[in-house]
Write a protein that binds this ligand. Structure first.
Ligand SMILES: Cc1ncc(COP(=O)(O)O)c(C=O)c1O
Length: 479
């Protein structure tokens, strides 16, 4: 591609993105596509000869976009929503232009040092002490895997054995179990501790489990409390967990992949209570700091603990020693590391802490307002306390109705919600987190939920008993 062609197509791509971001609401959130349809639509083999760039862009619009689940849609409210605002998109473009590999300081001083600068800024915004050593990884799953390996090595085990035992709550994210398995921890030595009525890990049961394991010759080495669990956004008692763990010289890794970023707002500083004394923390700006996928921040109390676990320097990577020249590859699994800090830097600077904190605060307020409306309706219940921006709710009628309701809503293309089972009951998760989601979107979704459920009830109820099953009248949001 010549520089002139690059300009032409580059401007066209930026125009396309600007239009897309402005009109994301017009796209179905969930695409109307069958499994395998893109595979069938594209040629079975790659082209032997170059293709005109116009054709590639056309196919992007015709074949790719309509089959994309629109995570940028303001009514994407499933899983944990994320965002790619223009600032982050431009940073990704520029990072791709420079295309550095931040494995060594020498291989990209800019990417290496910007990672240190942005993670130090973020640390301060979160109210954490200066000793934390941060690095950017792709996902929280990778960050947690690093924590578990470092914890194992710190306990004196360079390799796994069948005694090492790890603890988390029953509501902990599956990445913890997966990370433990990948680190060689035996499946039967992963303890998922029961929770209390607020879905928070019960420290008394944690302490009892550790005692029982010690009596059976196990080696408790790591505990992972969560701040903002995936299923209900519950908060484990980090400080109490820490006190228990410290008695047994166990590593404490705090999974605040979702909930942690709220601490940049003074009102939510408390969510990281105790985390500052833990051994490691994961927090995902790609979940809830409006930074595009992927960017997970892994903080460790002492960078030497990571070096003990991950440093291996072959001759071809050796560089001259300098205390200010950090070689990030020695502190984690990946050698090649892309320039992710650029999009964090662009986001932090374009918005500033106060604006980002206000956005998060507004989303939490909107989620709470919606939860209050749902709780006030006799046909619905809110199934868990709303600490952050996740509302977990269900129609009181039946599991089958909730599943069908969810399916109909998602199939409408106007909203995306996700399912879960909570205490054996089918619930619906609604997670606010996209930067464009506003109160009108939530109001519209609540109306859709009620209307769809009423239509379903009307279709199923025999004429004679209509009105007995549910209070189907739509409630307006006069809050
Ligand atoms: C609490 C929590 N931890 C970890 C993860 C895993 O995140 P990632 O997709 O970045 O691996 C998630 C994902 O939703 C999560 O909610």
């Amino acid at each position: 591609m010549s520089p002139d062609e690059f300009r032409t197509y580059g401007y066209a791509a930026i125009d396309w993105i600007a239009h897309y971001l402005q009109n994301t609401r017009d796209y179905p959130v969930l695409p109307d596509t069958e499994p395998g349809s893109l595979i069938d639509a594209l040629p079975a083999s790659g082209p032997e000869d170059p293709e005109p760039f116009e054709n590639i862009l056309d196919d992007f619009e015709r074949e790719i976009v309509p089959r994309n689940t629109q995570w940028n849609h303001p009514r994407f409210l499933g899983y944990f929503a994320n965002s790619s605002p223009p600032e982050g998109i431009l940073a990704e473009l520029l990072a791709a232009a420079l295309n550095p590999n931040a494995m060594l300081w020498k291989s990209s001083p800019a990417a290496t040092e910007l990672e240190q600068v942005t993670l130090d800024w973020l640390r301060q915004w979160l109210g954490l002490s200066p000793m934390w050593f941060g690095q950017i990884l792709d996902t929280a799953s990778t960050s947690t895997f690093h924590a578990i390996v470092a914890a194992r090595v710190r306990k004196g085990h360079a390799s796994a054995n069948d005694s090492l035992t790890l603890y988390a709550s029953k509501h902990a994210h599956s990445s913890i179990e997966k990370g433990a398995l990948a680190a060689g921890i035996a499946r039967e030595n992963i303890r998922l501790i029961e929770v209390d009525e607020n879905f928070s890990l019960r420290p008394d049961l944690l302490a009892a489990a550790i005692r029982a394991d010690l009596a059976n010759g196990k080696v408790p080495f790591c505990v992972i409390p969560t701040v903002g669990t995936t299923s209900v956004a519950s908060i484990d008692p980090v400080r109490t967990v820490l006190a228990i763990a410290r008695e047994h010289e166990m590593w404490v890794h705090v999974d605040c992949a979702y909930g942690g970023s709220t601490a940049i707002h003074e009102n939510y500083r408390w969510v990281l209570d105790g985390a500052d004394e833990a051994d490691s923390i994961v927090i995902n700006p790609h979940k809830w700091l409006f930074v595009p996928m992927d960017l997970s921040v892994f903080y460790c109390r002492n960078r030497e603990w990571l070096r003990d676990a991950f440093s291996l320097v072959p001759e071809y990577l050796r560089t001259e020693e300098n205390p200010r020249a950090l070689n990030f590859n020695e502190y984690g699994l990946p050698l090649g590391r892309r320039f992710r800090s650029l999009k964090l830097w662009f986001t932090m600077r374009s918005y500033g802490r106060k604006r980002l904190a206000d956005l998060i605060h507004q989303q939490i307020e909107n989620a709470k307002r919606l939860a209050a409306a749902i709780a006030a309706h006799p046909d619905y219940e809110v199934s868990a306390p709303v600490h952050f921006s996740l509302v977990v709710f269900r129609h009181r009628h039946s599991d089958a109705l909730n599943l069908e309701l969810l399916q109909r809503l998602n199939q409408s293309g106007k909203v995306l919600l996700s399912p879960n089972l909570l205490n054996g009951k089918q619930v619906i998760r609604l997670a606010v987190g996209n930067i464009q989601t506003n109160w009108s979107d939530l109001e519209e979704v609540w109306t859709m939920i009620q209307t769809t459920a009423s239509e379903m009830a009307a279709a199923k109820t025999p004429e004679t008993s209509k009105g007995r099953c549910c209070h189907s009248a739509r409630r307006t949001l006069d809050l």
